[in-house]
Ligand binder design. Sequence first.
Ligand code: BGC
Length: 735
Amino acid sequence: MGLNLLGSLYLFGEFVGSRENPTALPNFSLKDPIAIEAEIECILNRLTLEEKIDLCHAQSKFSSMGVPRLGIPELWMSDGPHGVRAEFEWDSWNKANWTNDEITAFPALTCLASTFNPELSWAYGFALGEEARYRDKDVLLGPGVNIYRTPLNGRNFEYMGEDPYLASRMVVPYIQGVQKNGVAACVKHFALNNQEYWRNKVNVELSDRALHEIYLPAFKAAVQEGGVWTLMGAYNKVRGQYACHNEFLLMDILKEKWGFDGVVISDWNATHDTKEAALYGLDIEMGTGTNGMDVSKLDHYDYYFLAKPFLEAIENGAIDEAFLDDKVRRILRLNFRTAMNPYKPLGRKNNPEHHAVALQVAEEGIVLLKNESNFFPIKDQAGVTIAIIGENATRPMTIGGGSSGLKAEFEISPLEGIREYYQSAKIVHALGYESGPSDYNQVMAPSSNRSKLLEEAIEVARDADYVLFVGGLNKSRNQDCEGGDRLSYGLPFNQEAIINELYEVNPNIGVLLVSGNAVALPWLDKVKGLIQTWYLGSMTGQAIANIVGGSANPSGKLPFTFPKKLTDNGAHYFGEHSYPGVDFEQNYEEGILVGYRWHDTMGIDAEFAFGHGLSYTDFSIEGIVVNSVQYHLDDDIRIALSISNTGKMAGSEVVQVYVGKPNSKVHRAKKELKGFKKVDLRPSETKQITIDIPVSDLNYYDPNRANWHLERGMYHLFVGTASDQILKKIKIMIK
Ligand code: BGC
């Protein structure tokens, strides 16, 4: 399939192991950490109070100051998380219009999560880190691991889905890959920034269990397993206090319990108070809009909460200097790891290897949702006409969406990719509908134009052998974009009606859904094939064409549920209090039952379940066994099975293991993902695989003990290929 980079064990000269036999990833060699700590103390003693303060806040839109007197460099940051963002002017949101800041746009993180392939996540992070190095960045503002709670969240496409285990397994290698380049990853947005609506003021309340079991694990894995060097605070409030200076989140949990030794960076303009920022864990303040976002004094950075007001508070004794010293130590440590790192490589960008990684992630992440009568793949044959309809066939998607928007060196559109791929078949095209420019409130095409566009599309579709409608959302405001949520669950711009009309003239129709979110699919019965194509970056068209044409076999699995209707989703089931909140107050009423946990436990069928994704080949799984029927706390549960490719095409399947505890003394989801493995198989090939689950992973968070607790007794293991495709249920006992 595709280039299958990771089939070979060497990537960019580095041994990264194979999927079946992953090895420990190589560590980036830093100067001796003990020596660094000694140097940090030495520098700290030589810094004036003013110099220390200067380290703790921005000096431009994307940089913070160093100490020129001592040769300590500035720190340069850039978004994140799908590529390195274009350069901006020093102190404005105008693009700097450099001619050397075009980059490779990698697929959005929902797509990366859909690959269920942690080694590929490392390759993604490493390639991205190389591009960041080339662009001389010290901090890459990503990845994002806010849990997918509602399909309306405008930024879900930047995150890794609804399951904390999947997000944890995927975020760790991404971070390690980025940081191997001497560039800090910045895991964001800590925490509970699960909607864009009211993101600057909403106060999130939730149970301890939901917090620890659902919303924190990916951050914890980023810190403790990924060794992430920076973390970004969120805009919202959590339990009454802003997340960027939240004592409970940043002091008690992040720095104390998890032992984070890196730097907390504020989200841009998410700091609100000097004393709280000083005391409660913020280290570098960025983006504060002193005097408003547009009107700023020349030296307004001096008026940041962690600038002059902080200095004055220390001078007049209101805040102890020790709080400042802790921040400075962390910032110097970050500087040693990045800007001052003598071993950091030079990096590179837009090279064939990065494009190959982008292509492989795209191909492995695309999800084949429906494939009636083997509608896909569509072979390239003379005499066949394929009609491509829909604005998303030609609309650039690397731009828009907010801070994750990119200046890609190139972006192959779906139409371009398909035209390039199909040499014998005839490709015809019509726009079908028109929205508007990115990043603006979009208006529908005027009605006369609207009917003209539809008529053209119908004419093009009528005589074609295949119709492919390429639609979805488009990263403009309220359509998968930062700063606002989607306004409805259905497709915008009259697309539902257009699909229905196309079906009337030609029922041999399939849909390519370009989005980072689930959408309502009332037209699903009418279409024969449906492919979730995400936002795929530079290599979009090539990846899509390879999948549509069958040169690549789909293997992506949904990292979130597609509910049939919005109220089937746990966050929406409980009404306004739960989403979006009332008077800026919000309570996550569904608690731990997020995504498929809700659907499974409540018995609400999904349109497409978490973990679902079809292939062009067939697999058979046999001989599913466990290594024991009884386990103790320190044991690993080992599930072994054999999996065969019984079809005619090479392909990959993701074996998924969920665990449930019947008759638990606490409230539990019916089942939760605890292990998975992606297996590549040639036709007729069989492989034996094992999946290990540490017994300690079965514990739940006990709010009374304020700690994790393992319940003894009987558990169920569910082994399958999707959360709704369980092949075997096995009982085990925990002693
Ligand atoms: C976003 C962050 C981003 C930052 C800098 C904020 O608006 O929430 O994710 O990193 O801007 O662009």
